[in-house]
Ligand binder design. Structure first.
Ligand SMILES: Nc1nc2c(c(=O)[nH]1)N(C=O)[C@@H](CNc1ccc(C(=O)N[C@@H](CCC(=O)O)C(=O)O)cc1)CN2
Ligand SMILES: Nc1ncnc2c1ncn2[C@@H]1O[C@H](COP(=O)(O)OP(=O)(O)OP(=O)(O)O)[C@@H](O)[C@H]1O
Length: 244
């Protein structure tokens, strides 16, 4: 791949679109300079269409394997952070056609871990609410997802956090993620990378959604993940910084 630009530790190829690469570009606007790379809008449409064609049985089987993979990798991923058994894991409630996560959430709580899930707040911010089997859920007024009713805690007030499982439509070979487009997780991951840089972050996608670089544009605000789970495999993009 031809390296064009360097920002921090990343050497960026032609598909990495930044405001700085385009003279006069308007703040928060992204122009695609490589015609071979689809826009984020196009990439999302393609990935959503593919998700919708996956049959429910395949979704169930892949989701189960994904959950097993997370459980298998959990000790290795979180071992560096805390020695306690009772981890705090920021997960999410998968909505069809996303991979289902409910079985994973049940398994994590059965193991004694605390599971928290995101709440969509104004300004595309996330807060976090505890999940447990049978917790009453309501439709979010801001996004097509379910959320528990209960105490909402922003990142800065979480007593502990050991792992973040991140939804997405695709993750590329450098750990960049294409989400649903609200920017909720972008903002959260940016804050997390400053406030708690040692907390591992891992995407959760179907096998064909772990894609080559250049499959979707990457912008300056996109924060790379530490790893990605697919059903049957965990791929790390480099270790998170060691705890200080
Ligand atoms: N399960 C889950 N929870 C989550 C997210 C997510 O991606 N998945 N989010 C991540 O930020 C936040 C909610 N943001 C979202 C914003 C937009 C759409 C959305 O536009 N969904 C499409 C679904 C299309 C399809 O897949 O067919 C839609 O309604 O058209 C979903 C979630 C917080 N909670
Ligand atoms: N740290 C940030 N601060 C302010 N705005 C941001 C930040 N990160 C992303 N945004 C804005 O959020 C919007 C959505 O970003 P993007 O298209 O990358 O979404 P996404 O990563 O696919 O979605 P999500 O994070 O919700 O899963 C864009 O307008 C972007 O400029």
């Amino acid at each position: 791949m031809t390296a064009l630009f360097t920002f921090g530790r990343k050497v960026m190829g032609p598909h990495y679109i930044t405001r700085r690469t385009i003279p006069g570009a308007v703040h928060n606007r992204c122009m695609n300079i490589d015609p071979a790379v689809p826009s984020k809008i196009q990439a999302r449409a393609d990935l959503r269409a593919r998700r919708r064609t996956r049959d429910p049985e395949a979704r169930e089987a892949l989701s189960r394997r994904l959950a097993e993979t997370v459980l298998e990798e959990l000790p290795r991923l979180t071992g560096g952070n805390r020695t306690e058994e009772d981890l705090v894991i920021a997960a999410y409630l998968g909505v069809p056609p996303e991979p289902a996560t409910e079985e994973l959430l049940h398994a994590l709580t059965s193991l004694g871990h605390t599971v928290i899930v995101p709440i969509c707040e104004p300004g595309y911010r996330l807060s976090w609410c505890r999940w447990w089997p049978g917790v009453p859920l309501v439709k979010s007024p801001r996004a097509p997802v379910l959320e528990p009713e209960g105490t909402r805690t922003p990142l800065g007030q979480l007593a502990a956090l050991d792992l973040v499982l991140v939804p997405g439509l695709a993750v590329d070979a450098a750990g960049y993620r294409l989400g649903q487009g609200g920017g909720y997780y972008d903002r959260f991951l940016a804050e997390l990378s400053i406030e708690r840089p040692t907390v591992p972050t891992a995407g959760m996608v179907y096998p064909d959604e772990f894609v080559a670089g250049g499959s979707f544009p990457v912008e300056l605000h996109d924060v790379p993940l530490h790893g990605v789970f697919t059903p049957g495999a965990y791929h790390g993009f480099g270790a998170p910084p060691a705890p200080v």
